[in-house]
Write a protein that binds this ligand. Structure first.
Ligand code: FES
Length: 125
């Protein structure tokens, strides 16, 4: 399926403790990302570890630690808080995943790629 500047999915397909991946494209820019549902709260992030820049999931759509309390980068094991995106352990402690705008439209999760003059920013929660 071709990537576009907006991605939608039914909330029922991302139950608590699960994630879903997507690709967004606008004006020649492609961003791989994922949505996480942590205890009923949704967040969307760019799938890029701030340490070296690799995707977090060596195995596709595997982002959670075994205990389900954190997101983990499969390359060097950095741990991230699912809601804030803040790195709490590993080689990039204090860095954050880059958040993407996420909205709820009825039963749908909607993620948009911001315009080029408004690049995704890290969350400050
Ligand atoms: S690339 Fe993610 S911890 Fe090193």
């Amino acid at each position: 399926m071709a990537a576009s500047g907006e991605w939608r999915c039914d909330t029922a397909t991302v139950p608590p403790g699960h994630t879903a991946t997507f690709r967004l494209e606008r004006a020649g820019r492609t961003v791989s990302g994922f949505v996480v549902n942590y205890e009923g709260q949704y967040r969307a992030y760019v799938n890029r570890c701030p340490h070296v820049g690799t995707p977090l999931d060596l195995w596709p759509n595997e982002f959670f630690t075994e205990d389900g309390r954190a997101l983990i980068c499969s390359t060097h094991g950095a741990l991230y808080e699912p809601i804030s995106g803040r790195c709490t352990a590993g080689p990039c402690v204090g860095d954050r995943l880059t958040a993407l705008p996420l909205a709820l439209d009825g039963d749908a999760l909607v993620v948009n790629l911001p315009p080029l003059d408004d690049p995704p920013r890290s969350m400050t929660a």
